[in-house]
Design a protein around this ligand. Structure first.
Ligand SMILES: [Zn+2]
Length: 449
């Protein structure tokens, strides 16, 4: 690739070239094409690492703008949107369509790695959700981490309970996780398929002893751990009342801290919890759009970064932000903390770091997330000849400063071109849109029945 303008995301400047071989970046600099090499002309563009989205719920891609959940906080939103609509996800086609829409949206925003918190499991499911997610990720071309969800306890009851919200037993979860691990899990820094153990919440979804058992079981299989924590003040109030401690201290007591653990949200944290997160190397998936949409609060990202904590970025499900779009997510992350702390709170390089290399580290995928020789060729190329980029003095920060308005020209995952001229090869988006709308109509009908 010749002439890509880039800045601190890699280690090279405007006009440099990138050589890719066998799915990895081989060289960066003033390179001359070798005989037989294909050359991509990237002049007038900016190159960045592919985004790493560390928290998502792909099944929610068909639950955007649900009227009953537009003006509610987390607990009521959960009841009105994802819990209420789970009964409609009772066959493979609706789930597969949602997964394809979500992954397609992510890819078209320059995202190459996704961790999906897939908590839509119930006893005797008629389809295989883990296989569906990996099949769709393989087809479209994304590095995929499936965080296999679990609830042995039901906290939020739908007004019309259905089999789709029935809890699993711990043994069912262990059997499913082990089976999925044997079928799909790859170890190593360049894995394209990873499994993770992921109860919905540590405090409401499982019993405390089960939490410890899950941690030990996952670590025996070589898997990471993920869950939601402290999205609202309710988490801290509940854990203090029942267990007499803070949420982070509670999970630490149950072996749920360390470099192989990350939590989504962590909006509400005591200073002692912030220090514990940083000192144990436990990761965070910051989800600013979802936190803003549900009015949950502003996570202490600036404080955590000062402590050296591992802060990554997640889009979260499209039912709580109407998008699966990393460009608008990085833009929101950039703005949100300036609103609270002032214009020096976060710069564009810090946001890019959170959304790329920090995310890759949190997921244990050390071979992606930066533009450097030896790293996977997971890259996004943005066009600068658009209205959004016209007039820019410094193009290096464009993917953060311009947000969604910046056009994505190409995306590569492991050197494979998975977005070409702003489209996904082999995926006809108008057809997918029609399929999605037909499934939405069935979802509405099923929920209202
Ligand atoms: Zn979530």
């Amino acid at each position: 690739m010749r002439g890509a303008a880039a800045r601190a995301y890699g280690h090279f400047g405007a006009g440099a070239s990138v050589r890719v071989r066998d799915g990895r970046i081989e060289e960066i600099g003033n390179l001359v094409p070798l005989p037989g090499e294909a050359v991509v002309d990237a002049r007038g563009c900016v190159l960045a690492p592919g985004w790493v989205n560390t928290h998502h719920h792909l099944f929610q891609s068909l639950l955007k703008g649900v009227p009953g959940g537009l003006s509610t906080r987390l607990a009521d939103w959960l009841a009105a949107v994802p819990v209420r609509h789970r009964r409609a996800f009772d066959h493979e086609a609706v789930f597969r369509t949602a997964v394809r829409v979500g992954l397609g949206e992510l890819l078209l925003s320059g995202c190459t790695t996704v961790a999906d918190h897939q908590y839509h499991h119930y006893p005797n499911m008629p389809f295989d959700p883990t296989a569906v997610v990996f099949e769709e990720a393989e087809r479209l071309g994304l590095r995929m981490v499936v965080c296999r969800g679990l609830a042995t306890q039901v906290r939020i009851i739908d007004t019309a309970p259905s089999p789709q919200i029935a809890p699993e037993t711990l043994d069912q979860f262990f059997a499913g996780l082990e089976h999925d691990t044997q079928r799909f899990h790859e170890s190593g820094p360049l894995a394209t398929r990873r499994m993770v153990a992921a109860p919905t919440t540590p405090n409401w979804s499982v019993l405390p002893d089960e939490l410890r058992e899950i941690a030990r079981f996952a670590r025996r299989l070589g898997l990471g751990l993920h869950s939601h924590l402290s999205e609202t003040p309710d988490y801290g109030a509940h854990i203090r009342a029942v267990h007499g401690t803070t949420p982070l201290a509670f999970v630490e007591q149950h072996e749920w801290v360390g470099p192989d653990v990350w939590f989504a949200h962590l909006v509400w944290m005591e200073p002692s919890e912030q220090r514990l997160l940083a000192s144990t190397g436990t990761g965070m998936a910051h989800c600013p759009q979802c936190n803003a949409r549900l009015g949950s609060g502003t996570a202490p990202v600036v404080e955590l970064l000062e402590l050296g904590a591992r802060v990554s970025l997640g889009v979260d499900g499209a039912a709580s932000n109407e998008a699966a779009d990393m460009l608008s997510e990085v833009h929101m992350a950039y703005l949100m903390h300036r609103l609270k702390h002032g214009p020096q709170a976060l710069d564009t390089d810090t946001v890019v770091h959170m959304a790329t290399s920090a995310g890759a580290q949190v997921l244990g995928l050390h071979g992606t997330g930066t533009l450097a020789p030896g790293q996977a060729a997971d890259m996004a190329l943005y066009r600068l000849d658009s209205p959004a980029a016209s007039g820019l003095h410094d193009v290096g920060g464009a993917p953060v400063l311009c947000g969604r308005a910046l056009p994505v020209q190409s995306v590569w995952m492991g050197g494979r071109e998975v977005v070409r001229e702003g489209a996904i090869p082999g995926l006809h988006w108008p057809d997918l849109h029609q399929q999605a709308q037909a499934q939405v109509a069935r979802v509405i009908e099923r929920v209202q029945a």
